[in-house]
Ligand binder design. Structure first.
Ligand SMILES: [Zn+2]
Length: 338
């Protein structure tokens, strides 16, 4: 879909209230970051409150994550890096590169909860089909042996590896629509058969040394809705041609014009249209999809929270439409509504 038309799954009758969208969330997503950090930690708490208070057309259910294990991390990351992070022995230089300062001890638990939330969201779509999400994560700047750009470990790559271990999964697609290029995901999945990485991003933005994805779709600084959505459609066409068994959607909203780090000029309605384009593809294909929240640094942060509320509200409707069918291994299977 494109050109501002409302997709049919948004227009039909109300979704039966029996099929909530499950999203993983924990108070430590906010509280695990020091309040004096530059990172806008309140966005998680604000979004949780907005989702709880908003009169949503289709329900959303919060689920609490457990901690990811060291074995989960080792699917993607080097044992030395994992061990030094878990035992609090990263160097000042490594911590500076991650950028979440001042470091605090609760940050270890926060990191493992976010990784656990993404893994649980992935397992949920394999059990139930449809869409699920993590209200954090999408940590696409994390490489095998170092963290960067607010990202410690790479939950997208970890989920791709876990998915590809399943017998009924041959292909996993990563569609990264965060304004920053998905360098860590590209690097960590580069030699993984069955994994496709697609990144739509602002070329003149962090990371300045990019790592080539399978498909990079860059935009110049200052690009607005029309150019951005054209690139998103190109990305979706590539995903469609790959015919994945599951889609990992990095849904950062830092392409908004209000974003302090984005350098693009996408409107709130353009961002919502972007989400609906992805969700329409997911609904049409019966494609299981995990949403990773990704970046968003608007000033004021309210604009970021608005855009994420739009994302999860529309994802809840789309998920409700998908509850009767699920696709695994390219096969459509009828299943009862849950
Ligand atoms: Zn970003």
């Amino acid at each position: 879909m494109r050109s501002g038309t409302t997709p049919p799954w948004l227009e039909d009758d109300p979704v039966p209230p029996k099929s909530p969208l499950s999203i993983w969330y924990h108070d430590l997503y906010t509280m695990g970051i020091d309040p004096t950090a530059r990172f806008p930690r309140d966005r998680y708490k604000m979004l949780e409150e907005r989702i709880r208070d908003a009169p949503l057309p289709s329900p959303i259910e919060f689920r609490e994550p457990g901690l990811a294990s060291a074995d989960d991390l080792l699917r993607v990351h080097g044992p030395d890096y994992v061990d030094r992070f878990l035992s609090g022995r990263l160097s000042d230089r490594e911590i500076n590169r991650i950028g979440l300062k001042p470091w605090r001890s609760s940050f270890t638990q926060r990191t493992l909860l976010i990784m656990g939330g993404s893994i649980s969201a992935l397992e949920h779509v394999f059990q139930h089909g449809g869409i699920s999400g993590n209200m954090a994560g999408g940590t696409h700047h994390s490489h095998a042996d170092f963290g960067s750009g607010y990202c410690v470990f790479n939950d997208i790559a970890i989920c791709a590896k876990i998915a590809l271990e399943r017998e009924d999964v041959e292909r996993v697609a990563v569609l990264d629509l965060d304004v920053h290029q998905g360098d860590g995901t590209a690097a960590t999945l580069r030699d993984t058969p069955g994994a496709l990485t697609v990144s739509v991003h602002c070329e003149a933005n962090f990371p300045f040394r990019k790592v080539a994805s399978d498909f990079d779709l860059p935009l110049p600084a200052g690009a607005g809705d029309s150019d951005y959505l054209d690139r998103v459609q190109e990305g979706l066409d590539i995903v469609s041609g790959f015919s994945p068994d599951v889609l990992l959607f990095q849904a950062g909203v830092d392409a908004l014009a209000s974003d302090a780090l984005g350098k693009l000029k996408v409107s709130r309605s353009g961002m919502r249209l972007r989400n609906q384009m992805v969700l329409s593809h997911v609904v049409d294909q019966g494609l299981p999809c995990v949403i990773f929240m990704g970046g968003g640094y608007s000033d004021p942060i309210k604009h970021t929270v608005d855009a994420f509320l739009d994302l999860f509200a529309d994802a809840a409707i789309a998920n409700g439409r998908m509850q009767r069918t699920t696709v695994l291994g390219g096969r459509h299977r009828e299943r009862e509504a849950v």
